[in-house]
Design a protein around this ligand. Structure first.
Ligand SMILES: C[S@@+](CC[C@H](N)C(=O)[O-])C[C@H]1O[C@@H](n2cnc3c(N)ncnc32)[C@H](O)[C@@H]1O
Length: 226
């Protein structure tokens, strides 16, 4: 095991990701963290869910840097489409590291800086009405222990580390719980498009689509609850 700490890296589009020496794994795609989040989670997930549901209830596996949460906030503000966001995180980041993330260089609205830092400084497990169009809650714990509500969420951002790094997160058992937590017509999106993962997602009941991935990644997956 490495003694090195989690540290910042610059990805292909200039935005930061975090490198975890212990896993030899990044939080995001090398080709562009910001671009990947927009493509996989916002454009292919939240935007499609918003065509069917209002408000949209998001559940994220792995709050991490909060990039998907702040991009969801931006989407809700821009479109005036109400969103509630719940993210779960097992290993919260320290604030010194969060403060160094350069995502503010990528968004146009300075207002987002404050909301982003507030998302990180807010207490865990408490709901925060960030704006009339955005309710936010982050849970501190493992998704593997989480007691899911039934038929609650409309879109799940499944942003765990890769299956070969964290196999315990890519199981039919967890996908079945996620499936039960979705409303009919709700969906799960992720950057992974491995064959075994898609078979497991189908076993859990999802209708699986393989879709174009972000730059540098050929494919991504969206699973929908019929
Ligand atoms: C690939 S990173 C993505 C994080 C985040 N979505 C982002 O964009 O920064 C995976 C995240 O899942 C978290 N994680 C790992 N195991 C977990 C578990 N069992 N329950 C909840 N979160 C977990 C990690 O700490 C990390 O923050």
């Amino acid at each position: 095991m490495s003694d090195e700490k989690i540290h910042l890296k610059v990805t292909g589009d200039g935005s930061h990701t975090l490198f975890v020496p212990e896993l030899n794994e990044n939080y995001h795609s090398w080709h562009g963290a910001y671009t990947e989040s927009v493509h996989v989670f916002i454009e292919t997930g939240l935007k499609i869910a918003a065509e069917k549901f209002k408000p949209v209830h998001i559940f994220e596996v792995g709050f991490g840097t909060g990039l998907n949460a702040i991009l969801s906030y931006e989407f809700a503000r821009k479109t005036a489409h109400a969103v509630t966001y719940t993210g779960i995180e097992k290993n919260p980041l320290n604030m010194d590291l969060v403060a160094q993330l350069n995502y503010r260089d990528h968004w146009k609205d300075e207002n987002l800086d404050e909301v982003f830092m507030q998302m990180h400084s807010k207490k865990w497990d408490e709901e925060w009405n960030a704006a009339p169009f955005f309710r936010f809650k982050k849970l501190n714990g493992s998704v593997l222990d989480y007691i899911f509500p039934t038929a609650e969420y409309h879109v799940i951002f499944f942003d765990a580390f890769a299956p070969e790094k964290q196999p315990e997160m890519w199981t039919v058992e967890l996908f079945s719980k996620l499936y039960a937590s979705l409303q009919p017509g709700g969906m799960l999106v992720t950057y992974c498009a491995k064959g075994q993962f898609k078979r497991d997602l189908r076993s859990a009941g999802f209708e699986v689509e393989t879709l174009p991935g972000p730059p540098g990644k050929r494919e991504m997956v969206r699973g929908t609850k019929r």
